[in-house]
Design a protein around this ligand. Structure first.
Ligand SMILES: [Zn+2]
Length: 288
């Protein structure tokens, strides 16, 4: 874990999201959990050296933010937005989240296989949120304030966690720093509004959902990148391009810009394709 400030720790070097924890005078608050079991157990043990885990906050429902909850059952409460709770480890025709998590095990966490549950055991209790919120919520834990900010866009239930005493914000996947942005279920207009909201915070450090720690300047870079994607697709759609033609453009335009985050470099084409699918569908539907 990387020490971010006096009481804030985050992990940016593992496959999956950047999880972290905050030490307070009355226990620990965890923000998201590592997807891979070995990392999850290690982070929990490390966090618990500083006191009991009062709250675990899940910032979104993507698997790399919630799968490791299973290894954090000692947390007193799990908090998430309603959308995250409603979509928590939901099996859909497109994806079985358990299978998705399992796929990474042999290559990325062979040591974790012995503590990886079977699917039935996992789904009996994946450690779902027991406190469900629908908007901004402030928690006081010890001397620390946790402002859970409803920042939809990347997912419709996205949360950021701002800790004013530490001048730090966990931005979750509202910010990707130096790696490909996943637009799958996104609403770019909302996402940009959420970025602009974070720009107004009194913070020195932004902990992105993926990539290295950064400052508020990255909020502006992310906004510009989203606008680029949106503009490129809008121009393509306006020219009457097919989805395939838009994809060819996007691979050239955006595929060479960054890698996908750690351990998922092989998914580059897949990420670009899903981004195009998502935007193309929204834009052509809006014009119909
Ligand atoms: Zn995500």
């Amino acid at each position: 874990m990387q020490q971010v400030t006096k009481n804030v720790f985050a992990e940016t070097k593992i496959r999956g999201c950047n999880p972290g924890y905050v030490i307070t005078s009355d226990g620990v608050v965890v923000i998201d959990t590592p997807q891979l079991p070995t990392h999850a157990v290690k982070m929990r043990e490390e966090a618990e050296k500083h006191g009991p885990i009062r709250y675990l906050i899940n910032t979104e429902y993507h698997i790399d933010h919630i799968f490791g909850n299973y290894y954090f059952k000692s947390a007193e409460h799990v908090i998430a937005h309603q959308v995250t709770a409603d979509n928590f480890m939901t099996v859909s025709p497109e994806i079985n989240p358990f299978a998705y998590a399992k796929e990474a095990m042999p290559t990325d966490d062979p040591d974790g296989i012995s503590i990886f549950p079977d699917e039935k055991t996992y789904f009996e209790d994946p450690n779902r949120p027991d406190i469900v919120i629908t908007g901004d919520t402030t928690l006081k834990v010890g001397e620390h304030t946790f402002e859970l900010l409803f920042t939809p866009g990347h997912t419709p239930g996205e949360l950021a966690v701002y800790i004013p005493e530490e001048r730090v914000v966990f931005a979750s996947d509202t910010v990707f720093n130096g790696c490909q942005t996943w637009l799958y279920v996104s609403n770019i207009e909302q996402w940009i509004e959420s970025l602009e909201r974070l720009m107004g915070l009194d913070a020195d450090v932004v902990i992105p959902g993926h990539g290295e720690l950064c400052g508020k300047e990255q909020l502006y870079v992310q906004r510009a990148f989203l606008m680029e994607w949106k503009t490129a697709l809008a121009v393509g759609v306006a020219k009457g391009w097919s989805k395939e033609e838009c994809l060819a453009m996007a691979k050239k335009e955006f595929g060479s810009r960054f890698n996908v985050d750690i351990g998922q470099e092989y998914m580059l084409d897949h990420v670009i394709e899903n981004n195009v699918n998502a935007l193309y569908k929204r834009m052509t539907a809006a014009m119909a």
